[in-house]
Write a protein that binds this ligand. Structure first.
Ligand SMILES: [Zn+2]
Length: 139
C-alpha cells in the first residue's frame, strides 16, 4: 500500500498524584479557582494516554511504525517518569507548570516529539477521567 497514510494510536496508563496551585496567588485565590484541587497534599488519578502517529505504511512490514518500539518509547519517556509519582514534586516540568490535563498533554508531546522515528507524532490525548480529556497536536 505505497503512499497510503495511516493514523496509528497506542494506549498506555499511568497513575499520578497532583495538586493545582498558582504560587503567584493567595491561598484564598487558589481555593476560589481550583477548589479542592488546591489542597497541597494532592490527590490521585488513573490517567489514560493515547499517542497517535501518522505515517506511510511500510510496504515490506505493513507497519506505520514498529509498535514494540513505540511502546518502549512511551514506557521509557512517559510512564517511568509519571507513573506512581507526585507530578508537582517529582516531575521536573511541573515544578513551574500546573499539572492540569492540558499541561500534561503538552509535556508528554515534548517528551515524545524527538524520540519517534519513521513517523510523525500527530496527537497526544490524555484522559484524566473517562469523560474528561485534553488533546495536543503540536504548535
Ligand atoms: Zn486532579
Amino acid at each position: 500500500m505505497l503512499g497510503v497514510m495511516v493514523l496509528l494510536t497506542r494506549k498506555a496508563e499511568f497513575s499520578s498524584a497532583h495538586y493545582y496551585y498558582n504560587e503567584a496567588w493567595s491561598q484564598q485565590e487558589n481555593e476560589r479557582v481550583f477548589g479542592k484541587c488546591a489542597n497541597r497534599n494532592g490527590h490521585g488519578h488513573n490517567y489514560t494516554l493515547e499517542v497517535s502517529v501518522a505515517g506511510e505504511i511500510d510496504p515490506v512490514s505493513g507497519f506505520v511504525v514498529d509498535l514494540k518500539t513505540l511502546k518502549e518509547v512511551i514506557e521509557h519517556e512517559v510512564i517511568q517518569a509519571y507513573d506512581h509519582r507526585h507530578l508537582n514534586l517529582e516531575v521536573p516540568e511541573f515544578r513551574s507548570l500546573i499539572p492540569t490535563t492540558e499541561n500534561i498533554a503538552i509535556s508528554i508531546w515534548r517528551r515524545l516529539e524527538s524520540k519517534i522515528d519513521g513517523a510523525h507524532l500527530q496527537r497526544v490525548r490524555v484522559y484524566e477521567m473517562p469523560d474528561l480529556f485534553a488533546d495536543y497536536c503540536g504548535e
